[in-house]
Write a protein that binds this ligand. Structure first.
Ligand code: ADP
Ligand code: MG
Length: 697
């Protein structure tokens, strides 16, 4: 493969050289391509600039002017102020930067600068820039605002090592050549571009560096967003193809021998959403394609029943099904509820955990190795430690979000290619789900079974904590149980432990001295953790003090109170998960968040107070935190971040990218056809790490 001009080291780009190359390296600009993709972070439309002559005290304004004179003025208080007189054709103004005398080395007479900030009254009008950009000394390509509208000033991400005007100069000198080179990488045809409503690659980058209207910036961004989304989806479509289609899976036949009787004995009707998910799952399982499906649904939406029907389809066929939970305690809980649910149809449900006696374990292993059709429940160790399941037909994984891409990819590598169903109780916006899990098919339970009473939620200031405790005590008197949760403290594990331990002591000795109070935190060995949780589950503890480790799926129907301390430190989704611990039984439940909210937290907390809909919460979380944060949380084996795509705005692009990527892979999985030649080159050239992560490299 020939190297493109874009792959040449930045040092060899006009106007750079070894010294500047090193400085640019600090901005992650290593090749010519990096320079081309280093797009401005800010755009100021000339129509938003104010002629200097028209500045008035009290305005917030952006101006472009030339520096007439500049210098540092000492004040009596010892503060040194840098001042520059700025001029354009309409007038002059003093710009003043208190406490920044070092600017004298940067801003000199004759420079043109773009400055933005408030105009104050101080010996007349004075501009106090919050932000400024050096436009370069003799840069007459940057005209005055009077010269007309349609001029947009760009500000690049720059740093101490590379001043703004230097970067702008380098870009300007090289842009046309770089644009010509990038045109060679265009993989979309004219008609495709038109139907997507996107500019060419070259057009997009030109719009981003040299927009002539504000709207062009957005057009350019969307094109680069498309590229990101498309190649991510393409890699995932390839992974999906490898996982599901390249070799056939099991084609299950539905006899209904177990499914029908279970359906008849179920004490409730399936929700619409459950029925839909089941149709999707059965369609996958009865086709020759191997199933690789994500079942997403909020806490309590009834995922277990759906998984059970899927497992019965496998068992009907004379096969085994495995359900894997993240902890032993959760495995036990699943085994209990599955045993309960399958009683009418008499399927064997077996639990396999590390806590079993050697004899017990040996018996179980032998039963499994016999290949007898049945359901086996355990932790991930179930498949990792080579438990013999000769007729394994379906693997169900619970609580998938603790699972990175890498582990997920390892799942399907076993013998016999069982179908895979992954369940997640973390509702995330559809756009994010499709981005993180583009290799999977998605079923969503977006509906709760009828008759649930929503958990009442109250936000309380710390000054009302006593009141909250009294309300907790009222519930305890009725024989209910309560959680009191503290945030994990970031600084150090020791601090976290100390905070939780101290609070535990205070609560058990001073607040609830006559109650049984338990403590669980992240530093406990998992066996002890399980022990405390079990005691709580069995009602031997009234109040459980916990850091946010409270098991995601833990089910204690008698617990009706959730108190969250320092609520302002929790993210929305985390709050939602915690609230999901209550409201699982007959009793009416409530959640109190003790918080001292600042501006940001207030927004978050009022969303939390106003809805219990996990998907709405997830959408708001995405809006408030931005996708970067969410990516960090949700993905362990981390994919390089999306820089241009914005999942809150680009869902339409994402869906098209996904459809197109899947279509390409369906038609030409090796990307060997001539019309995919460029796509393939870009993929192999620029997405290697990603291909490796998704095991398609
Ligand atoms: P999830 O795993 O999604 O949090 P579960 O599968 O544990 O939810 O279901 C929560 C509770 O709701 C269980 O007690 C289950 O028996 C019950 N349930 C599930 N589906 C329905 C339904 N369609 N109607 C009424 N109750 C249901
Ligand atoms: Mg569950």
């Amino acid at each position: 493969m020939t190297l493109s001009a874009l792959d040449r080291p930045i040092q060899f780009v006009k106007g750079v050289g070894p010294v500047r190359a090193e400085a640019l390296g600090r901005l992650a600009i290593v090749t010519a391509r990096d320079l081309l993709y280093h797009v401005p972070r800010r755009y100021d439309d000339a129509s938003t600039l104010t002629p200097i002559g028209r500045l008035e005290v009290g305005m917030e304004a952006s101006v472009v002017g030339r520096v007439r004179s500049a210098g540092v003025i000492p004040t009596r208080a010892g503060l040194r102020i840098f001042q520059a007189v700025l001029e354009d054709v309409s007038g002059m103004i003093t710009a003043s930067w208190p406490g920044q005398p070092w600017l004298a080395r940067k801003i000199r007479e004759g420079d043109r600068i773009l400055a933005a900030g408030p105009v104050k009254f101080f010996h007349g009008r004075q501009l106090q820039p919050r932000e400024f950009t050096l436009l370069g000394r003799d840069d007459d390509t940057v005209p005055s605002p009077e010269l007309g509208e349609g001029i947009i000033f760009t500000t690049y991400p720059a740093g101490e090592s590379v001043p703004q005007w230097v970067l702008r100069g380098i870009v300007r000198r090289n842009l046309d050549e770089l644009l010509k080179a990038v045109a060679e990488e265009e993989y979309l045809g004219a008609d495709e571009l038109e139907s997507l409503g996107l500019p060419s690659l070259r057009g997009a980058l030109e719009r981003l560096h040299r927009p002539s209207r504000m709207q062009e910036v957005e057009e350019g961004r969307r094109r680069l967003a498309w590229d990101e989304l498309f190649f991510l989806q393409l890699v995932q479509a390839l992974a999906r193809h490898r996982g599901a289609e390249a070799e056939p899976g099991i084609r299950f036949t539905r006899t209904n021998a177990l499914i029908r009787p279970l359906h008849e004995h179920l004490p409730f009707r399936l929700t619409e959403a459950q029925a839909r998910a089941l149709r999707e799952i059965f369609a996958d399982m009865t086709s020759a394609r191997r199933m690789n499906r994500l079942l997403q649904g909020d806490v309590g939406s009834g995922k277990t029943v759906v998984a059970l029907f899927a497992m019965l389809l496998a068992v009907e066929e004379g096969r085994q099904a495995a359900l894997m939970a993240p902890t032993e305690l959760l495995a036990e809980q699943h085994a209990r509820s599955l045993t309960e649910l399958t009683r009418p149809v008499g399927v064997k449900v077996r639990l396999l955990t590390g806590g079993m006696s050697t004899v017990e374990r040996r018996d179980r292993l032998a039963a499994l190795a016999s290949g007898e059709p049945q359901i086996v429940v355990g932790t991930h160790a179930l498949i990792q430690e080579g438990v013999e399941l000769p007729r394994l037909g379906l693997v169900v994984v619970d609580e998938q979000h603790r699972f990175g891409v890498r582990q997920r990819m390892a799942l399907g590598e076993g013998e016999g290619r069982p179908d895979v169903l992954i369940m997640s109780a973390t509702p995330i916006p559809r756009s994010l789900a499709l981005t993180l899990h583009g290799d999977l098919d998605l079923s969503v339970l977006d509906e709760l079974p009828p008759g649930r009473t929503p958990v009442r939620t109250r936000i309380r200031r710390p000054s009302r904590r006593e009141e909250v405790y009294r309300a907790v005590e009222e519930e305890l008197k009725k024989g209910r149980q309560a959680y009191i949760v503290y945030p994990q403290v970031e600084e150090s594990e020791k601090t976290e432990l100390k905070a939780a331990t101290e609070e535990f002591q205070r609560l058990s000795e001073e607040v609830f001295p006559h109650r049984r109070v338990g403590l669980v935190h992240g530093q406990l060995p998992s066996q002890e953790k399980d022990e405390v949780m079990r005691a709580f589950q069995e009602g031997r503890i009234d109040v459980l003090v916990a850091t946010s480790v409270v098991e995601v799926g833990i089910d204690v129907p008698n617990a009706t109170v959730m108190v969250i301390e320092h609520g302002e430190r929790f993210g929305l989704s985390q709050l939602h998960q915690l609230r999901g611990r209550v409201g699982r039984g007959e009793g009416e439940s409530w959640c109190a968040v003790v918080a001292d909210p600042g501006e940001v937290a207030r927004d978050r907390l009022s969303v939390f107070e106003s809805t219990t809909d996990g998907f709405r919460i997830a959408q708001e979380d995405l809006r408030i935190r931005g996708q970067g944060d969410l990516f960090g949380d949700l993905q362990h084996g981390r994919d390089p971040m999306l820089r241009f795509a914005d999942l809150t705005r680009d869902e339409d692009l994402l869906l098209r990218a996904r459809r197109q990527a899947r279509q390409v892979v369906a038609e030409d999985p090796e990307l060997a056809q001539p019309e995919h030649e460029r796509t393939r080159r870009v993929l192999l050239g620029r997405h290697r790490e990603r291909l490796e992560l998704w095991k398609v490299g």
